[in-house]
Write a protein that binds this ligand. Sequence first.
Ligand code: GUN
Length: 285
Amino acid sequence: MAKLIDGKAVSASVRAQVAQEVQELKAKGLHPGLAVVIVGDDPASRTYVNNKKKACAETGIYSEEYALPAATTQEELLSLVRSLNQKPEIHGILVQSPLPEGLDEEAVIEEINPQKDVDAFHPQNVGRIMIGNFHFLPCTPAGVIELIRSQGIEIAGKRCVVIGRSNIVGKPMAMLLLHNHGTVTICHSKTRDLAEICREADILVAAVGRPKFVTENMVKPGAVVIDVGMDRDENGKLCGDVDFVHVEPKAGYITPVPGGVGPMTIAMLLRNTVTAAKLQAGWKD
Ligand code: GUN
């Protein structure tokens, strides 16, 4: 029986810390503010954006939403980002992805002032993460590290395997585990002997986007299994990248879906917004 890592509880504690810090900053005249930009009407994106706004309100962070039609042009979107870059009450800018067909997401990210890039997607921030001299960490991988730490699990010296190599999760996840002195392997769709490699992992992070992809034969007894997936099973029910029912008895620790990594992502976004405010106020180097 694995110990369940409760993302809701850990995220509540991060949010409480953020709320406390927001109060302290406000008392000193600094009110952290986040702008969330959504283009088009993707229902999943709409839910994420609503959750982000609600989380801001609950922690005392000022937020603005910019909901643009799917027909928005690249220039209109870039122009909005430029105006948000100039707005003093906005410290963090988040452009919800995916953007509708025809819009160049990379160009939009590059237009964001790196000090306001609370997703840490700008090439300058990605470079900073590579070097280990960063202001912000991307929300999902940062949330995973927080979950591992919350259990008092040591990463240093451990064999860590990340399945998935996306820019948002897999690559930065591997880098953060490396910064924490893990011995890291990144697996992907072309990896040979995937199950064998995964079975070596003391810490296994699944970020593939395929329902129940990680099966019991891919897990070492007692391993820490972190499930970043948000998938639908054959019945349309929400599930993760890990076959929870069969893996859970074998793992040492496991994150559920929902209620594992998911709640952490927004908590880390709030923390990044506070960091961004302090950075722009010159209160943090
Ligand atoms: N879409 C899904 N996850 C994310 C995220 O972390 N940031 C942004 N901007 N868009 C997303």
